[in-house]
Each structure stands twice: as structure tokens, then as C-alpha cells.
Design a protein around this ligand. Structure first.
Ligand code: TYD
Ligand code: ZN
Length: 406
């Protein structure tokens, strides 16, 4: 038993993924001996609807200098964040006098750049100095601090209230959601808007995409759970917009109660979540069984290919792959290496199971019999790019929504 991080009710974990390393903790051989593991158990709170990790490693273990995740390296993400910024500007800034936007977890400025270029007052809050420096170098105003209620009060004193507080792939990382939500509510104007987007629980349950669960994602949100959590802080859900990013995300728009009209999308999604059973413990029992079946199928396939002497290479050393590899008990004999385009991951080993990560060029030069698609959230882009691999007889292995060879 432990207390729900959102509403404090007593809850029971329904699934244990076993010992897990830090998902993004790609490491060198000499670091194997002191690798850190935590017990990855998940729970669902039937009082407030929050799907959450029971134990989460300390922030210092997950986000350190080597973490260095630079959002702007991805073209597709640049396009996505431009569209997000346009949505805020067109729908909420039109007709406002000198609006002010604050982004939490603004990274290297990938989203705020668009507000800056449009001439809007903006402020990024990004605790990682090295990524914040990249934003500052482009003239995007950024402070390096952790956001909380106390910082919100200082920001109001210094800059005034915000017309919009926005974030993406940040809220679901924050264990003390109540403190941050209170800070966001404090920072907003009485007619301001708050919005964030994160991987969506409805997609994860529907697709058995359990690889969304890893140390950084302390929550997997639904409309039901966020409207409960933010409702405690005087905010109401006024719109919801599904996104294709990260294998299925949801953008939630909140505003101080009574300040904005509520889109019919909200009631429709809440109803859809009920129909999907997101409020019921049985749904999560079924999810656990689906995960177990997926594990058996993937491990069985890789064992068979190994016995047949086939070469299998992982495609994309994603954070998500750490959950799959460790939960399924996949070993270096099953996967020769994982191909990845990110220089800091290359030459290192995957967390926990220690499969080597090699540059993409090695995949191109010596294509395997099978490519196991860990970066399935980028499947469209990857299949477009890898036509030659399939044309030459290469096969893909996917595991979302089910284990299949394509
Ligand atoms: P990402 O989508 O951020 O997933 P996660 O949040 O689970 O880490 O990571 C994608 C990874 O895949 C990143 O390390 C880059 C790599 N990648 C390739 O190697 N080739 C590709 O064509 C693409 C799209 C990604
Ligand atoms: Zn709860």
C-alpha cells in the first residue's frame, strides 16, 4: 500500500516490471558494476484516476549533465512545436494586448522560438543549464530553475501574470504535481490559459504500449485524471486535442473556472474514457495480462531467430526500449547491436541488459535479417527512409500494438 501522489488515497500496485535501470542511462563498460536499479511498479488510483509509478529514482539520477536531450535535433519535433505555438497564438493571443507566455521545461527553445519570432513577450523555465544556454544564445529569454509555487510567486512579482503557461512532455515527469499546479494557477491571469501535452493513457492501454512506462514518466495521464488534479487548484479543462507524437499524446487546455467556454471535445473524451474502462481496476488487470502476453511473444520470437542463426539489430536506442529489453529479459545474444543516430549514445551500452549501441552507418553498411523497431513512435518517418532495407529482403519486428513481423 502507498499513498496516491495526487489525492493521497491509499492504493495498491497492480503490476511489477521488476528491477529497472535508468531508461536513458546509456553507459560504458566500466560503469556496469555500479549501475543503479529501482523496482518499477505501477498503480492506478480509483479515487482520482491517476496512473502512476510507485517508486521513482531521484531526479539527479535521471537528469544530469550527460542527459543532454536537445529537442531541436529532430525536424519532426520542430514542425510539431511550431504547430503547437501557432495554436496558442491564433486561438488565445488574437486581440490580447501584449500577451506574455511562460513555458516550463523549455529545453533549447524549440517552441518559444516561434513566440519570439512573432514578437511576443516570453519566458522559458529550464532547469538544465546546458540546454537553456542553447536557447539563450538565440535570444530566447530563459531562466534555469525548477518551477514550483515559490518560483511562480517570484515570477509574478518580476514579470506580472501570464496569458499562457504551456509545456510539453514535462508535466508527466513531475512527482509533486500539486505544488506545480498551484504555481501554474498562481502565475496565470484570471482569463489566462494553461496547457500541456504528454503520452496519453488511452493510447497506452489500447495499444499495450507499456514501454511508455519508465523512470521519467511518473504519470501517464488521462483527461479524467488531469481534470481531477487541476480541478483542486481552481482550473477546469476547456479543451483536449489528440496528438500523434510519442506514439499517442493528448494536449489538455485548462483555464480558471468559469473564464472560458468549454469545448464539447471535453465531455466527449471523458465519455470515451469511461467507455474504455479507464476508471476500472479490471482494465489494468487486463493491461497487465496483455503486457505479459506481449513479453512472451517477443521473447519467443527472438529466441527462435537466435536459434535459427538470424541477425537481429535494434532500431533506435529509445528510453522506451529500456523497459522492453529489461522486462522481456532480452539479452545481447538476441540483439547484435542497437542502431542510433545520436552521437552521445553511440559506443555505449543499453541500460541493464548491455546491448551495444552503434552508429546508424553500421546498420546501413551491414543490414541485418531483422530490425526490431524500438523507435516505433517514428515508424512513418523510418519506413519512408528504409525502403531499401525491405526491398533487399530485410524484415521489421514491431511489438506495438502487438508482436508482428512485417
Ligand atoms: P525518442 O523518440 O525521443 O523516444 P524516447 O522518448 O523513448 O527516448 O527517441 C528516438 C531515438 O531513436 C533517438 O535516440 C534517435 C533514434 N532514431 C534513430 O536512430 N533513427 C531514426 O530514424 C529516428 C527517427 C530516431
Ligand atoms: Zn489518487
Amino acid at each position: 500500500m502507498f499513498n496516491c501522489r495526487v489525492c493521497n488515497h491509499q492504493i495498491e500496485p497492480f503490476m511489477d516490471f521488476g528491477p529497472m535501470p535508468i531508461a536513458n542511462g546509456f553507459l560504458k563498460k566500466e560503469e556496469f558494476a555500479e549501475e543503479y536499479f529501482f523496482r518499477m511498479e505501477v498503480a492506478f488510483c480509483d479515487h482520482c484516476g491517476a496512473f502512476q509509478l510507485v517508486e521513482q529514482p531521484d531526479a539527479q539520477r535521471m537528469f544530469h549533465e550527460n542527459y543532454a536531450f536537445f529537442s531541436s535535433l529532430s525536424k519532426h519535433m520542430q514542425i510539431h512545436f511550431k504547430a503547437y505555438a501557432d495554436f496558442v497564438m491564433e486561438r488565445f493571443f488574437a486581440g490580447r494586448k501584449d500577451p506574455f507566455v511562460v513555458e516550463l521545461g523549455s529545453n533549447d527553445g524549440i517552441m518559444l522560438r516561434n513566440f519570439k519570432e512573432a514578437g511576443y513577450r516570453h519566458l522559458g523555465v529550464e532547469p538544465s543549464e546546458n540546454v537553456a544556454d542553447v536557447a539563450r544564445a538565440q535570444g530566447i529569454q530563459t531562466i534555469s530553475e525548477f518551477f514550483n509555487l515559490e518560483l511562480a510567486e517570484r515570477l509574478v512579482a518580476e514579470y506580472g501574470h501570464a496569458d499562457a503557461v504551456i509545456c510539453a512532455n514535462v508535466m508527466c515527469h513531475i512527482p509533486d504535481i500539486n505544488n506545480v499546479a498551484a504555481g501554474m494557477a498562481k502565475l496565470l491571469k484570471p482569463d489566462g490559459v494553461l496547457m500541456f501535452e504528454d503520452p496519453y493513457l488511452g493510447d497506452m492501454i489500447a495499444k499495450t504500449s507499456y514501454d511508455q512506462i519508465y523512470d521519467e514518466h511518473v504519470y501517464i495521464f488521462s483527461a479524467t485524471s488531469v481534470s481531477w488534479a487541476f480541478g483542486q487548484h481552481g482550473l477546469e479543462l476547456i479543451d483536449v486535442l489528440p496528438q500523434v507524437t510519442h506514439g499517442g499524446s493528448m494536449r489538455y487546455v485548462f483555464a480558471p473556472k468559469g473564464s472560458h467556454a468549454i469545448s464539447p471535445n471535453v465531455a466527449a473524451l471523458l465519455e470515451k474514457e469511461r467507455a474504455q474502462g479507464l476508471h476500472k481496476a479490471e482494465t489494468y488487470e487486463q493491461f497487465r495480462r496483455n503486457c505479459e502476453a506481449s513479453r512472451t511473444a517477443l521473447f519467443g520470437l527472438l529466441e527462435r531467430l537466435h536459434q535459427e542463426g538470424k541477425r537481429v539489430v535494434g532500431y533506435g536506442a529509445t528510453s522506451k526500449s529500456t523497459t522492453v529489453l529489461n522486462y522481456c529479459g532480452i539479452r545481447p545474444e538476441h540483439i547484435e547491436f542497437i542502431s542510433d543516430t545520436t552521437p552521445i549514445k553511440q559506443g555505449k551500452y543499453s541500460p541493464g541488459v548491455h546491448i551495444p549501441v552503434r552508429p546508424y552507418e553500421e546498420f546501413k553498411q551491414n543490414p541485418p535479417d531483422y530490425a526490431l523497431l524500438f523507435a516505433w513512435n517514428h515508424a512513418v518517418e523510418i519506413f519512408e527512409k528504409e525502403g531499401a532495407f525491405t526491398a533487399d529482403g530485410g524484415k521489421w519486428i514491431t511489438f506495438v500494438p502487438e508482436v508482428r513481423v512485417l
